[in-house]
Ligand binder design. Structure first.
Ligand code: NDP
Length: 323
């Protein structure tokens, strides 16, 4: 079978491409710059790449740039979307590529008669920000939707970009009668295949790279290999439908620091919180639906260890790399 992966150089997509090649798929993979070794070198080095990986150049903001590559594919994994928080123009840098880009990719799918299912990489960001209180007894699940107005009010531009993109995607596929499944991971950690630093792995790097304080924030965390696998399980299982939240554990940064300390007792780690407010409370995210895919979650301790080892191996630790 032939599938398309958009944004293939990215952190999650690189693992997805690796696993798809391992499973025998032919993969058409979009990148923005075919000549940048940092974006394509690690993909071309994957097992099976020489025989079954076909890179093509496409940009989310260029109408029609995915059409030719998507035509002929059985499935499309749409992962490409900018993920940074330090933006100066949220509309141009985040919202347009997320929203218009998603409709551009889905438009290509609609034009082709070969595409049987689309897997959309959404996020818990599109799920959890609805203003309801989040406390340890609250269980977030796939029925929750983030509220665009609230995102705007709180200037959560990345969250807004993912919410608008997923919402528009469901409206589009419903109207066109296209089969789509959304994957909604929380903060993704675990080893990096790509040589560049991505935003979620950077959160761990910041903790081990000499920071004095840890952020007063609580996130759900999930392993990158589990996220990539969930995409494939959702594509291959005819019964998969709707959205799938992926969270191994919800933890405040103070908990992440504790785990790091247990794993690396002599490592210099931040000892105090960045502010003196009460810690942002933890909450729960339901694993029930994700489990129906047959997914087993890697324990957070292992994901953190593999993240650190990977960041060390790629020489990020001790460098001034920060996002
Ligand atoms: P990366 O930053 O590693 O990957 C993002 C990818 O999107 C890159 O390949 C990037 O291309 C591509 N991209 C960005 N803008 C454009 C554009 N205008 N045209 C074409 N491609 C573009 O991030 P992740 O792997 O973490 O994210 C992948 C997906 O997963 C995103 O949809 C993100 O929202 C989602 N996600 C990520 C989570 C996380 O914690 N990491 C959590 C939940 C969801 P290039 O390499 O050229 O920059």
């Amino acid at each position: 079978k032939t599938v398309c992966v958009t944004g293939a150089s990215g952190y999650i997509a690189s693992w997805l491409v690796k696993f798809l090649l391992q499973r025998g798929y032919t993969v058409k993979a979009s990148v923005r710059d075919l000549n940048d070794p940092k974006k394509v070198g690690h993909l071309l080095a994957l097992d099976g790449a020489r025989e079954r990986l076909h890179l093509f150049k496409a940009n989310l903001l260029e109408d029609g740039s995915f059409d030719t590559a998507i035509d002929g594919c059985d499935g499309v994994f749409h992962t490409a979307s900018p993920f940074y928080t330090a933006v100066t123009d949220p509309q141009a840098e985040l919202i347009d590529p997320a929203l218009k880009g998603t409709l551009n990719v889905l438009g290509a799918c609609a034009k082709s008669s070969s595409v049987k299912r689309i897997i959309l990489t959404s996020s818990v960001a599109a799920v959890a920000h609805n203003g309801k209180p989040r406390t340890p007894d609250v269980v977030i699940d796939e029925t929750w939707w983030s509220l665009p107005d609230l995102c705007k009010e709180m200037k959560l531009w990345y969250v807004l970009s993912k919410t608008l993109a997923e919402d528009a995607a469901w409206k589009f596929v419903t109207e066109k009668g296209i089969d789509m499944v959304a994957i909604n991971p929380a903060m993704v950690i675990g080893p990096l295949l790509q040589p560049t630093l991505n935003s979620s792995a950077a959160l761990i790097l910041n903790l081990i790279n000499g920071a004095e304080t840890f952020p007063n924030a609580t996130f759900g965390w999930v392993d990158v290999k589990d996220v990539a696998n969930a995409h494939i399980l959702a594509f291959e299982n005819p019964l998969a439908s709707g959205r799938y939240c992926l969270v191994e554990k919800v933890a405040h940064f103070s908990e992440i620091v504790k785990i790091l300390h247990k794993l690396y007792p002599s490592m210099k780690l931040p000892e105090k919180c960045a502010d003196d407010k009460p810690f942002v409370p933890e909450y729960q995210v339901s694993k029930e639906k994700a489990k129906t895919l047959g997914l087993e979650f890697t324990p957070i301790e292992q994901s953190i260890k593999e993240t650190v080892e990977s960041l060390k191996e790629k020489n990020f630790v001790g460098s001034s790399a920060a996002l």
